[in-house]
Design a protein around this ligand. Structure first.
Ligand SMILES: NC(=O)c1ccc[n+]([C@@H]2O[C@H](COP(=O)([O-])OP(=O)(O)OC[C@H]3O[C@@H](n4cnc5c(N)ncnc54)[C@H](OP(=O)(O)O)[C@@H]3O)[C@@H](O)[C@H]2O)c1
Length: 351
């Protein structure tokens, strides 16, 4: 098994690629965009969805606070008309109201592109007639499909023409723990590291500890597991009994038995209904997710071992060890402890 097996969407001759613009500027706008993406992914006829990173933009054609914008790439069997109907149903479910023209919007979903086709009907024009002049569409679209060419030109050239439009990435570290907590299930990191915090070497782990593998299984079974593309390749197969999610910026990367996401935001949004989310590495993904995590299930191996990937130090004053269970020595005489750390509540940490 490898990451290049065709995904189910590709196997369907009638499945096509479409791009959807998502925008919101009322209430929890980022939450509304993430929720809409999750609803879109669950729509019958939509086979796979990748959400771009989220961006903040000043309103162009409407009033109110700044917008949160993103673009979703979908693989779908729905034709443009049915897709439009599905988008309108999601908008309505989010209580979109248009009390006056260009009023602020709870949620706005635009069909930008459908299989490269041109459609010109009174209520449906594809490609979207203004997408080529909007940075808040072009920028996230470039994250997903840098090589896409619109009738007016390629994305970098079109984006260069929008240099006067202010757009800023809403990167994960700027999401406050408070707002993320209200929107997301608890995030558990599951890791094994040595005294010098090594977690890997040459794309694998430089130890074999069956007791730790059993502990990993107990800690993750039944929960979605989120990993980086390199860790996915090191596993070589989806782990059973768990939803497997893979982070990659490579739009063409395919992982049979797993779902691929272009950003941490998008992956977390897809797990909003889970009881908890388990982040299982490697180093890049642990570093991304640590600021949002609630719990760390660590296997601390009492040895110094050479490696090329490490688990970050926990920021001082933010984490507390709540349990430590020493284990009998494993293969190669390595001894280790199962340790649980929990994030110290903000109110307590500030006291
Ligand atoms: N001891 C443990 O508990 C443990 C657990 C897991 C892994 N490991 C080890 O850790 C090592 C791998 O760690 P690693 O840090 O090299 O790789 P990794 O975190 O598993 O994967 C890195 C990849 O994730 C994708 N990625 C990273 N940031 C992203 C972002 N913001 N948005 C979208 N995609 C993003 C990129 O994929 P693209 O390049 O495709 O864009 C990147 O190359 C291996 O040796 C593995 O065995 C150890």
């Amino acid at each position: 098994m490898n990451g290049h097996t065709p995904d189910p969407g590709r196997d369907q001759p009638d499945a096509v690629v479409a791009y959807i613009g998502l925008g919101a500027n009322l209430g929890d706008a980022a939450g509304a965009v993430r929720q809409a993406a999750a609803e879109l992914a669950a729509t019958p006829g939509i086979i796979r969805l990748r959400l771009s990173p989220l961006y903040g933009t000043a309103p162009m054609d409407s009033s109110g606070p700044d917008y949160v914008n993103a673009v979703a790439e979908i693989r779908t069997r729905l034709d443009a008309r049915h897709l439009l109907t599905a988008l309108q149903a999601i908008e309505q479910a989010h209580g979109r109201e248009r009390p006056y023209r260009n009023a602020p919007r709870t949620l706005d979903l635009d069909l930008l592109w459908h299989d490269g086709r041109t459609i010109e009907e009174s209520d449906l024009i594809v490609p979207h007639p203004r997408m080529h002049e909007r940075a808040f569409v072009l920028r996230p679209l470039m994250d997903l499909a840098p090589g896409l060419v619109l009738p007016q030109g390629d994305l970098p050239a079109l984006l260069a023409r929008c240099a006067d439009q202010v757009i800023r990435p809403l990167s994960v570290p700027t999401i406050s723990r408070k707002s993320a907590m209200s929107a997301l299930p608890p995030i558990r990191l599951v890791v094994a590291y040595t005294d010098n915090r090594v977690i890997g070497r040459d794309g694998g782990m430089p130890w074999h500890l069956p007791g730790d593998l059993a502990h990993f299984k107990r800690s993750t079974l039944g929960h979605p597991i989120l990993m980086g593309r390199k860790t996915w390749l090191s596993l070589g197969r989806p782990l059973p009994g768990r939803r497997n999610l893979v982070l990659t910026r490579d739009a063409s990367f395919e992982a049979a038995g797993a779902e691929c996401f272009a950003s941490l935001d998008a992956a977390l949004a897809a797990c909003r209904d889970a009881e908890r989310i388990c982040v299982i590495g490697g180093e890049q993904i642990f570093r991304l997710a640590l600021p949002l995590a609630d719990e760390l299930i660590a296997t601390e191996i009492h040895a110094r071992i050479d490696g090329d990937t490490w688990f970050p130090e926990l920021p001082a004053g933010q984490w507390r060890e709540t349990e430590r269970l020493p284990q009998p020595a494993g293969d190669g005489g390595l001894s280790y402890d199962f340790v649980t750390y929990r994030r110290i509540p903000a109110t307590e940490a500030a006291a």
